[in-house]
Design a protein around this ligand. Structure first.
Ligand code: SF4
Ligand code: F3S
Length: 116
């Protein structure tokens, strides 16, 4: 199964992950990144790059992380979420948010992906 981005990415978006992906799988939204499952080759090199451990193998996702499997797939195909292949500065409030466990309600979804 592909790798997925999960809750710790929300409001942080460090983007270190995108520099190492050999398949350019990452797409970007306002406060989260997603991985296109159709491009991901399960190489796992992005996992160690994330400072907040947001990237996991979908096959090893916890109960709480499981909704992110469909969410990554859905966001990866959304026309408003664009590919990102070079890292940039994290979100301004990243330091304040990186230790916050419950951030899912803050995820800014595009209209068609709501409810996924
Ligand atoms: Fe890219 Fe590999 Fe991470 Fe998949 S596991 S998103 S191919 S770096
Ligand atoms: Fe998000 Fe971690 Fe990448 S915070 S943008 S998954 S480096």
């Amino acid at each position: 199964m592909p790798f997925i981005v999960t809750e710790p990415c929300i409001q942080c978006k460090y983007t270190d992950c995108v520099n190492v992906c050999p398949m350019d799988c990452f797409v970007e939204g306002p406060n989260f990144l997603a991985i296109d499952p159709d491009g991901c080759i399960d190489c796992s090199v992005c996992v160690a790059e994330c400072p907040v451990n947001a990237i996991v193998n979908a096959a090893e996702a916890s109960e709480a992380q499981r909704p992110y499997i469909a969410l990554n797939a859905s966001l990866a195909k959304h026309p408003l979420w664009k590919p990102i292949t070079r890292s940039r500065a994290p979100l301004a409030e990243h330091a304040a948010w990186r230790g916050v466990a419950a951030k899912a309600h803050l995820l800014q979804l595009p209209p068609a992906a709501e409810g996924t």
